[in-house]
Design a protein around this ligand. Structure first.
Ligand code: IVH
Length: 667
């Protein structure tokens, strides 16, 4: 077998395993064997750049190069569906179809209405060639590069299958609940804005400029509409069943029925069963099954007459507002929370609902004792959607106002420009902020003393044993164990972890201090640039802004932190305890300014280091890594398979291309 043949064979095999794993959930080889095959393919592809294929299984991981979305006109416009909200309207639809078909018998295909974003996929000769978002229905964004990373979307259909030479298949891109929740947890830890629901998260992800981000976010796709000039069957249901056999993920919930009663039964069944699905749904879609009948019924200007959506009611309940409390988070942000009489909603008892922020709260015009409507919609946390108007002629209680002072420490609240939240600015004196900072300090990615849990921190704070992170270093085994013999072992472990944290390198200590906007990467950058805490503390706004990736908000936050004497005392106490406030000799020795002033674009696949390692190397030697080629680019660090578009642009702008070995020699 030639290497070319082996590449083709590996690609087919890996596509099949990918399908078994992601679509069928039935892997037939171990992860290890899969990785071995994938690596073999990667190696062979690296040796044969002329055989590059954007649909190769090796391309599923994406890249961090910036990709631009071109607007393309849909081959066939992407219509939407008319909505119905109750069974009477469904009955009317059914009768309209009956009339339209002049009494001819017909079948209805019942499906779930997936709540994501619609996508159109084009296949030619069994290969995915284009993926386009709905856009305005006439034209959408070409997001092919991002869509290639979604594992349940086949890039290459099995050879010799009975798929048409050319077809389009439409469906919905979704972020499963579990991925959504994990993503929001991560974002919360990094103090980034949370996504309100999986649809927003999926849409934000699909618009990402870096395919590697899409690859990490674990999107899924369900397909529900096959289009083309040569379809295998004359029924919608039959066509989708074929598509399923070709490797597409088609929902098993799809059902063909021939009476209105069966339609209602499907609706009732899935209104309940949908709660156990891994992805969000917001209704049912009903489609006349026969394609000839579909054509006979035709379209209105906006939607087909042969299909309709039935939207589930977001379950709503009326209850009484008793009190609004205000919670202070560890960043100092104050969130209003409604406390209500308990009420049963979508299977759980609800008695609290978030009011998000001051604007949201005042828009509702809440008064104590109001009857309010609560809903558990696409958002996970229940929310108050309105005051129940049926009761508005009754005398109302006091209007609920947002507080002016912190409920925990009494400090006057502030609002930062461009932010919806009010904050308690008393960072060093406000209990939830103090405890939150200690929790952050001990967390695994910071000082890694995470045997010290939130309850212990709460307890110690309440008992006056810790007020700040420096106090951790005064704790004793006896205090931790509470003189309880059973706890001595774990207490010793924690004390040891606290002791060990004195060796944690400066960049992580800097991150652990919890300076607003100073995440792991920023901390690393600051440590590399300023070398020690004293130099950093003396840095001016201009000094900070002169660093590549440091913007105004970060710079101001650093200045503000060091301007606070409490923080200076804290650093002095930690320094006296032996913590690392200086970059290590080793990190320093690895640094140089050989690439100072150079702007470098990374492209292609590398043999000696990963792309992230090259990024780190560029930073370490004073260079700047950017995503797209421009006249300012000093050179391109190019591996194998650099994209032809990039190559052309580089040549046009006269940007030099440096290969891996040349680059390593440079530094
Ligand atoms: S069929 C001409 N089937 O709902 C028919 N749409 O309001 C085209 N959707 O834009 C759509 N699940 O994004 C169809 N099983 C399903 C669906 C579905 C979700 C979305 C789709 C469409 C919107 C229509």
């Amino acid at each position: 077998m030639t290497e070319q043949e082996r590449i083709a064979e590996l690609r087919t095999t890996l596509h099949q395993h990918n399908y078994n794993y992601y679509v069928l959930n039935q892997p037939t080889i171990s992860d290890r064997d899969f990785d071995a095959l994938l690596r073999e393919l990667q190696d062979l592809e690296a040796q044969h750049p002329e055989l590059f294929d954007p649909n190769s299984p090796t391309q599923r991981v994406g890249s961090d190069l910036s990709n631009e979305f071109e607007t393309v006109v849909h081959t066939r416009p992407m219509l939407s569906l008319a909505n119905t909200y109750n069974k009477d309207e469904v009955r009317e639809f059914y009768e309209r179809v009956q009339d339209g078909l002049q009494g001819e018998a017909f079948e209805i295909c019942c499906e779930l209405k997936f709540d994501g974003l619609s996508i159109s996929l084009h296949y030619e000769d069994g290969r995915l060639v284009r993926a386009v978002t709905r856009g305005d229905g006439e034209k959408g964004d070409d997001v092919t590069a991002n869509v290639r990373t979604i594992r349940t979307i086949p890039l290459q259909l099995a050879p010799h299958g009975d798929w048409p030479k050319e077809f389009e298949i439409r469906g919905e891109i979704l972020m499963p609940w579990t991925s959504f929740e994990a993503l929001n947890r991560e974002r919360e830890a990094r103090e980034e804005a949370l996504f309100a629901n999986p649809r927003n998260a999926a849409s934000g992800t699909l618009k990402s400029k870096q395919t590697s981000v899409v690859a990490e976010r674990k999107l899924d796709a369900y397909l529900y509409y096959l289009l083309g000039d040569e379809l295998p069957a004359d029924g919608h249901y039959e066509n989708l069943s074929k598509a399923r056999a070709w490797g597409f993920k088609v929902s098993d919930a799809m059902r063909k029925v021939s009476t209105l009663e069966e339609i209602f039964a499907f609706i009732d069944e899935w209104d309940v069963a949908r709660r156990d699905l891994p992805v969000a749904t917001d209704g049912i879609v009903l489609k006349v099954n026969n394609l000839r009948q579909q054509r006979a019924l035709g379209m209105t200007a906006k939607s087909p007459r042969w299909a309709i959506a039935y939207k589930f009611q977001a379950e709503q309940q009326s209850t009484i507002l008793r009190e609004v409390s205000f919670q202070v988070g560890r960043t100092g942000a104050v969130t209003p929370v409604a406390n209500m009489d308990p009420v049963q909603l979508s299977g759980t008892i609800v008695k609290r609902a978030t009011l998000h922020n001051a604007d949201f709260m005042s828009a509702l015009d809440l008064h104590l004792g109001d009857h309010v409507l609560v809903e558990k919609g696409g958002e996970i946390i229940p929310k108050i959607v309105a005051v129940d108007e049926a009761f508005l002629n009754e005398p109302r209680g006091e209007r609920v106002e947002f507080i002016r002072r912190c409920p925990e420490c009494g400090t006057e609240l502030v609002r930062y420009e461009g932010e919806a939240a009010w904050y308690c600015p008393n960072e060093t004196g406000c209990p939830p902020q103090i405890k939150g900072r200690i929790e952050h300090y001990v967390s695994r990615r910071a000082m890694n003393i995470d045997t010290l849990g939130p309850e212990t921190i709460d307890d110690f704070y309440a008992r006056g044993l810790i007020h700040n992170i420096a106090d951790l270093y005064d704790l004793t085994v006896d205090q931790l164990s509470g003189y309880n013999d059973n706890r001595i072992r774990s207490a010793r472990k924690t004390i040891q972890a606290i002791e060990d944290s004195k060796q944690v390198p400066f960049e992580r200590v800097l991150f652990a201090l919890g300076i607003r906007f100073v995440g792991e990467t920023v901390a690393k950058t600051l440590a590399r640039r300023f070398h020690d805490i004293d130099t950093l503390s003396r840095a001016t706004l201009d000094d900070l802004l002169s660093v590549n990736t440091i913007g105004q908000a970060i710079a101001e936050s650093v200045i503000r932190w060091f301007a606070d004497m409490d923080n200076i005392f804290l650093v002095e106490r930690l320094r006296a305890r032996g913590l690392q406030f200086q970059i290590s000799e080793q990190v320093l020795a690895e640094q140089s300014d050989r690439l100072a002033g150079k702007t470098i674009v990374i492209s292609g696949v590398f043999a000696h280091h990963s792309r992230d390692e090259y990024k780190a190397l560029i930073e370490q030697h004073g260079g700047k890594n950017t995503g797209s080629i421009s006249a300012k680019t000093s050179f391109i660090l190019a591996g194998e398979n650099m994209g032809p578009a990039k190559l052309e642009k580089a040549q046009k702008l006269g940007v030099p291309i440096v290969n891996e070995d040349e680059f390593l020699a440079m530094i």
